[in-house]
Design a protein around this ligand. Structure first.
Ligand SMILES: [Zn+2]
Length: 275
């Protein structure tokens, strides 16, 4: 089995969401030694009629008109393509994929979008993977902001286990609809790792695990959690061990600090690729 692939496009660092794009090229450059040492294949996503068709299955024409009006439609499509390509690579035999994006997705819902998100990359991908025969998904959102868009799509869908870490005060665990919101305030390293190990229950069944990864969880970045560098290797190991060989799609979400991205993204990839 092939261990790990990356999906990446330099456009993410050029025409991506301004708050998110400065980190893209520097973090990819920081990854280069790991990519070479481990011969990690890097796939370049593209916007195809198929990708547009998949997006239209999930978002309404009116919604898409609003996204077009922002000027980020093309980059958001390319970001969706990156995540969809990642899922297809998993279907073709890769154990895990790290998917770069230029726009985030988890605040993109059925009626509105905000917070550097335009199209819900993960919702499009799940819809697509279902057409390919996959049934159950586990979405682990460890970006510190509440994944409200993703929740809107899957709140009544028992076959999408949505584990949603957020900065807040109230944890609501709904096992009927498989929606699990873990509030962390402020989300220090030990607390984060402890809650994460408890949240990943052995009894959950799924055909693909999708991690919505925002490094705005870092104490130097703009989100609410207060994580420090060493925790990123730990959380990746924990998630990788939990996935235990099941397809694991790691999707880049929030985060803008260049130094943080240059440190934590290589850490994640290093752990994903190691034996
Ligand atoms: Zn965030």
């Amino acid at each position: 089995m092939m261990r790990l692939a990356l999906t990446f496009h330099e456009e993410f660092g050029c025409s991506g969401e301004p708050m998110l794009r400065e980190r893209i090229i520097p973090s990819f450059e920081a990854l280069t030694p790991i990519i070479h040492q481990n011969r990690i294949p890097v796939f370049k996503p593209s916007v195809t009629p198929e990708i547009i068709r998949l997006v239209q299955q999930v978002h309404t024409p009116q919604y898409l008109d609003e996204v077009i009006g922002t000027g980020f439609y093309e980059n958001a499509l390319l970001s969706v393509s990156s995540v969809v390509t990642g899922a297809e690579l998993l279907m073709s035999g890769y154990q895990s994929v790290f998917a770069y994006t230029g726009c985030a997705g988890h605040h993109a819902g059925q009626t509105r979008f905000w917070g550097f998100c335009y199209l819900n990359d993960v919702a499009v991908t799940i819809n697509h993977m279902r057409q390919k025969g996959l049934k159950r998904f586990l979405v682990l959102d460890i970006d510190p902001h509440f994944g409200d868009g993703t929740r809107e799509f899957f709140q009544y869908d028992k076959d999408v286990i949505h584990i949603n870490f957020h900065e807040g005060n109230q944890s609501i665990l709904d096992s009927f609809y498989s929606n699990y919101d873990y509030a962390l305030n402020p989300g220090w390293d030990e607390e984060f790792i402890q809650v994460l190990s408890g949240a990943l229950k052995p009894e959950y069944e799924f055909d693909m695990m999708i991690v919505i990864f925002g490094h705005d969880s870092h104490h130097q970045d703009y989100g609410g959690f207060c994580l420090w560098d060493p925790t990123y290797a730990l959380l990746t190991k924990l998630i990788k061990d939990y996935a235990a060989g099941r397809p694991l799609l790691w999707v880049l979400s929030g985060g803008s600090d260049v130094a943080v991205a240059r440190t934590v993204i290589p850490e994640v990839v290093r752990v994903l690729v190691e034996d």
